[in-house]
Design a protein around this ligand. Sequence first.
Ligand code: SAM
Length: 206
Amino acid sequence: MDAHEWDDRYRQAREGHDARLWSAVPAQLVQDTVAPWQPGRALDLATGDGRNAIWLAGRGWQVTGLDFSAEAIAQAGEHARAAGVHVDWLVADATTWQPEGRFDLVTVMYLHLPEVLFRTLLARMLGWLTPGGHLLVLGHDRANIGVGGPGPGNPDILYTPELLSSIVGPERVLRCETVSRDLATDPESPADTGGVALDTVLVARA
Ligand SMILES: C[S@@+](CC[C@H](N)C(=O)[O-])C[C@H]1O[C@@H](n2cnc3c(N)ncnc32)[C@H](O)[C@@H]1O
């Protein structure tokens, strides 16, 4: 999907019943992983309407949230104002954007690109970290297709632990595995569909 197609999705969601495309609840994995870390400078790539960036800002991080959908970023800005936090929002294509300076934390959640693009992006993201910084990646696992959870059905753009680990290099990996979310109880789940969703998680150090 290109940026205009994403704009349309976010606009339609705004006009719908929930007024949001995704849950306002940040990924539990972000909360659990990041909570013990000292706040610093963070980047949330493909931030969408900003749930993770806003949560980080509320914990004292100095956050940049980037997405190529201008509509997503407009909605993210509104949510941040409502939450009383500041985030530096950027409309840009993650595959070509170049940051100024480095980050103590770089996160990317549910950004599903063709493998060649994703490999290049992830390798670049590692280079944006400060020494001692962390990279946090979360997205739909390839095995998710088989269990019927929401998410893309094209295996070529989905993650596996082997894929993510091979891109960053096993020596940097702190955690890399397939995790299961129970959709009946998961607060992130936009619909009470039941069943499970399988995600891949990667936590890596610089
Ligand atoms: C499934 S949403 C995830 C949003 C957010 N990370 C979250 O977990 O709530 C994927 C997001 O990636 C963005 N996106 C897709 N391709 C992108 C690209 N090349 N550059 C920047 N953003 C992109 C879309 O606009 C969309 O907001």
